[in-house]
Design a protein around this ligand. Structure first.
Ligand SMILES: *[C@@H]1O[C@H](CO)[C@@H](O)[C@H](O)[C@H]1NC(C)=O
Ligand SMILES: *[C@@H]1O[C@H](CO)[C@@H](O)[C@H](O)[C@H]1NC(C)=O
Ligand SMILES: *[C@@H]1O[C@H](CO)[C@@H](O)[C@H](O)[C@H]1NC(C)=O
Ligand SMILES: *[C@@H]1O[C@H](CO)[C@@H](O)[C@H](O)[C@H]1NC(C)=O
Ligand SMILES: *[C@@H]1O[C@H](CO)[C@@H](O)[C@H](O)[C@H]1NC(C)=O
Length: 428
């Protein structure tokens, strides 16, 4: 989407800086708050849209996670040459695995930190760099920033991220929750279809009274997952892997994912060439992931060699023999993909709803050779699909004519805020 910037923009920019914070309390974005009382943390994910081209390792660093876990969460082949330095394109959507502890009585992640760079503002960090997963207000509160217009370069900011656990289950089945920032093109039906869930389920999970969603809302989306049954003393006890992802465990020796078409966790030796202890099941010639079937008059005699957790540097295996009415199909690992090079947004988890010009557009910050160059001072990260907090949308609604297929509500909201801005302007 081309984004004309009026030359009077800088005047408005200064004004905007002054009153951003009073506005954002007026229109706060919806998000799922999960009350909690215990100290347990769980695995969760956030959906992140890249605001510029970034290396795999840079995206991982932004969220303080291991690049390998970013890759496996997105079903990307980790044996691809130099994959950590692969450049992911601007506007690509990725799922980022995070841990979700209980903080101040609610589920939120506070383990992500960001070092302020020249020309950062709280809004640019919130709306652009973190793609609307956090608001400028939340950043200000979490870091007790008294004067938001002055950020020290190098200042270490905690970035509180939304996350939900809901006991890692959805309708009694294992699930991992993705915190998803609603984009201008989204509909609830589209989101439900993309993540293999239903509108009703999304409404229940998010305690919604209607199907209306607005850009910048943060929805908890349940992703069906497969759980392990490892003994409690295993270091990977409780391993849970969402459908469409895989996990690498046991010192990079074992790889697990939902077997295609089932809800069972299926583990095999990992493709990475590292030295690993034996993965043969004791008392058999079967290797981890191998399975034999024997049809008899009584049914199908299935023998399989399964992974049973990583204990004291040893890969535990377990031979299981079962008599099933019918022989199952051979378990299959979903095929991993090479790292993406183009971003039609959501491309990794297609089928997405019909692509729209809005998705491929967006504002691209200029890139430097060596790494990230941040948004120039005085410009607003408010015009791309990544600009999704209420305050962000407000800017573009007032200063840029945006061909947004806005709902009546959004229009009304924009009107209200524009009024406030005008009022604020007169006051000054
Ligand atoms: C959480 O889920 C487990 C099974 O996955 C169940 O046994 C337990 O009762 C659930 N706890 C709550 C508080 O819902
Ligand atoms: C798992 O994902 C595949 C596509 O990646 C999909 O066809 C299947 O329906 C999903 N299964 C569940 C239980 O969501
Ligand atoms: C057993 O598993 C190993 C390792 O995954 C594999 O290389 C081999 O082909 C499998 N053998 C059979 C008979 O499936
Ligand atoms: C199933 O196969 C295993 C190993 O091949 C064998 O030990 C067991 O007796 C068989 N069971 C039945 C019911 O055939
Ligand atoms: C792991 O090793 C420690 C000492 O090295 C031992 O005390 C412990 O019992 C072992 N755990 C298991 C489950 O074997």
């Amino acid at each position: 989407m081309p984004n004309p910037k009026p030359s009077s923009h800088s005047l408005f920019s200064t004004l905007f800086l002054l009153i951003t914070f009073s506005i954002s309390t007026l229109v706060s974005s919806k998000s799922t708050i999960e009350p909690c009382s215990n100290a347990d943390s769980c695995n969760a994910m956030v959906g992140y849209t890249l605001y510029t081209d970034l290396k795999v390792s840079e995206v991982a660093a932004l969220f303080g996670i291991d690049p390998i876990s970013l890759l496996t969460a997105n079903n990307i082949d980790i044996s691809y040459p130099d994959v950590e330095n692969h450049i992911l394109p601007s506007q690509l959507f990725v799922k980022v695995p995070i841990t979700c502890p209980c903080v101040d009585g609610i589920r939120k992640s506070v383990s992500t930190h960001y070092k302020a760079r020249p020309s950062d503002t709280l809004s640019s960090i919130a709306d652009s760099i973190y793609g609307g997963l956090v608001s400028a207000d939340q950043l200000r509160e979490a870091n007790s920033v008294s004067d938001p217009s002055v950020l020290d370069v190098g200042q270490n900011l905690v970035v509180p991220l939304p996350c939900t656990c809901f006991n890692n289950s959805d309708n009694g089945l294992p699930a991992i929750y993705l915190s998803y920032v609603v984009q201008p093109v989204d509909t609830l039906a589209g989101i439900a279809a993309r993540y293999h869930t239903t509108i009703t389920d999304l409404m229940n999970v998010n305690a919604m009274g209607s199907t209306a969603i607005s850009p910048g809302d943060i929805l908890a989306v349940p992703l069906s997952a497969c759980t392990s049954n490892f003994p409690r003393y295993a270091s990977d006890y409780g391993l849970i892997v969402p459908n469409g992802s895989y996990a690498i465990t046991a010192s990079h020796c074992v790889q697990c994912s939902c077997s295609a078409g089932s809800r069972n966790l299926y583990c095999t030796p990992a493709s990475l060439a590292v030295s690993c202890s034996s993965m043969q099941c004791r008392g058999s010639n079967l290797m981890l992931g191998n399975l034999t079937m024997q049809q008899s008059s009584a049914g199908c005699n299935v023998t399989s060699c399964n992974y049973d957790g990583y204990v004291n540097g040893t890969i535990n295996t377990m031979l299981s023999v079962s008599l099933q009415p019918r022989c199952p199909g051979a378990p299959q690992l979903p095929t991993v993909i090479p790292p993406p090079t183009t971003a039609t947004r959501q491309s990794i988890y297609a089928p997405a709803p019909a692509p729209s010009p809005m998705e491929s557009g967006g504002l691209h910050w200029p890139k430097s050779q060596g790494g990230i160059m941040l948004p120039p001072l005085g410009s607003f990260p408010a015009s791309g699909p990544a600009a999704s907090t209420a305050a962000g949308s407000v800017t573009s609604g007032c200063f840029v004519i945006k061909p947004l297929a806005a709902s009546q509500l959004t229009v009304a909201l924009y009107g209200l805020v524009c009024l406030c801005l005008t009022a604020g302007f007169r006051l000054l």
